[in-house]
Design a protein around this ligand. Structure first.
Ligand code: PLP
Length: 449
């Protein structure tokens, strides 16, 4: 056997087994355009997962390129304490137009995890300032809100968070609102949002100690693009209102039109007290996040020097103008092109493409909302039993997809599609055709074809 060698002896890859790096080394990507990424050898890969869900308008978008270059010609960064750049100021105003009207203030940070943690800290301090002892959080089973400690405290995916929860678990968790594997045994036709009976029970018992309920609206992303209906969200808002609990919507993944509405909470016609956004905010160009709040929450922080009414939080790169310039250009395009409304035809084609996989026996569920689609693979459609993990079916499909020039990095047993909105009809056909080839080939090989 030839000696196995670590191709990247100084790198540590996220969410990646070392042995996989050695056996199937990560692809070196040199350039991109639209939905395509190009390897160092020039090979094109169709980016079906939007580079971890951030590439909203495609790679190397000429307008965003120009906006960042223009900003780069003037200033790369200035600290935001005591100073503000025109780009960061403009972005706050622009977000004021795009966000639901009641969300009037934005606090910048650098990524989705910090945007959620900022929301949690604001909620905690808000209740402290109001003189109420509300210090606990409730989150959904199966939730993902980021990988930092505070964000993990409201994370409910054992594979990601289990080891760490031993030491600091703080949140209480509801049943996971997952329709394909409904925790309360309902079918879509009989669903009355009973999964949130669990939230009702928690709030009835301890509601006066809960600062906020944190949730991913409509889709639990990292859990496997698990979708749930707006009535579940509606029930969450109702219960929170009844118990005086704040709502924190984590729109990090599903904001900016992904689900067919500008923000996923709009499906329930509701506005959360706090909202975290990131990922697509800069079109996937640079790390930037924001936590938006309703004015009454900000009011509690209108402080005089010496008081506790100051939010003692800030990251060094808060309000970075390069990232803000990318975000301004991105939001410009969303506004001008009337996204997501103008995506209706594209979404219909996307939906048909996702549903076309149902003819494959091992596709237990094909689910979609807006421009998010997912296929959950199962060994047995009837029992929904998963494949033997040792077979690594979705991982092999990911590797086979790379051979066929499509990027399908999975989440557990789930393959998903979150392409940039600029994907053309031909490219969409190509994406699904290449994915189908990778899926059927691997399923044949494991005897599940
Ligand atoms: C990705 C994600 C986060 C974390 O964002 P990072 O930028 O990776 O820190 C938080 N919440 C949701 C719903 C996400 O999908």
């Amino acid at each position: 056997m030839p000696e196995r060698r670590d191709p990247f002896p100084h790198l540590w890859f996220p969410f990646t087994y070392y042995e996989d790096v050695v056996d199937t080394p990560p692809v070196v990507i040199e350039r991109g355009e639209g939905v395509w990424l190009y390897g160092a050898d020039g090979k094109p890969y169709l980016d079906a997962v939007g580079s971890w869900w951030v590439s909203l308008l495609g790679h190397k978008h000429p307008e965003i390129d120009a906006a960042v270059a223009e900003q780069l010609g003037r200033l790369e960064h200035a600290m935001m304490a005591g100073f503000i750049t025109p780009a960061a100021q403009e972005l706050a105003e622009r977000m004021g137009r795009v966000l639901p009207d009641e969300l009037t203030r934005v606090f910048y940070s650098d990524n989705g995890s910090t945007a959620v943690e900022v929301a949690m800290k604001i909620a905690l301090q808000y209740w402290y300032l109001e003189g109420e002892a509300r210090t606990e959080f409730v989150a959904f089973g199966g939730a993902y809100h980021g990988d930092t400690l505070g964000a993990m405290a409201v994370g409910g995916i054992p594979a990601y968070h289990g080891i760490f929860h031993e030491t600091f678990e703080r949140a209480r968790f509801t049943d996971p609102p997952s329709c394909y594997r409904c925790p309360v045994g309902r079918e879509p036709e009989t669903c009355g949002a009973e999964c949130m009976d669990s939230l009702e029970a928690i709030l009835r018992e301890d509601g006066d100690r809960v600062a906020a309920v944190v949730f991913e609206p409509m889709v639990q992303g990292a859990a496997g693009m698990r979708t749930y209906p707006a009535k579940v969200l509606d029930r969450v808002f109702e219960l929170c209102e009844a118990h005086g609990v704040l709502t924190i919507a984590d729109e990090v993944a599903m904001g900016w039109g992904r689900t067919g509405r500008m923000f996923a909470t709009e499906h329930a016609g509701r506005v959360p007290d706090l909202m975290a956004v990131a990922k697509g905010l800069t079109g996937g160009y640079l790390p930037l996040a924001a936590t938006a709040v309703k004015e009454p929450i900000f009011d509690a922080f209108r402080g005089t020097p010496g008081s506790d009414r100051i939010f003692r939080h800030g990251h060094t790169f808060t309000g970075n103008p390069l990232a803000a310039a990318a975000a301004n250009a991105t939001l410009d395009i969303l506004e001008r092109e009337d996204i997501p409304r103008s995506l209706a035809d594209e979404q219909a084609a996307f939906t048909r493409g996702i549903q076309s996989f149902r003819d494959i026996e091992a596709v237990g569920d094909a689910r979609h909302i807006g421009m998010v689609g997912a296929l959950e693979l199962v060994a047995d459609r009837e029992t929904k039993a998963p494949f033997d993990a040792d077979l690594r079916v979705t991982w092999r499909i990911f590797q086979r997809g790379l051979e066929h020039g499509v990027i399908l990095r999975p989440l557990g047993d789930v393959l998903y599609f979150i392409p940039a909105y600029v994907i053309s009809e031909d490219e969409m056909d190509e994406m699904f055709a290449r994915a189908r080839r990778a899926i059927t080939e691997v399923l044949d090989e494991v005897g599940a074809g």
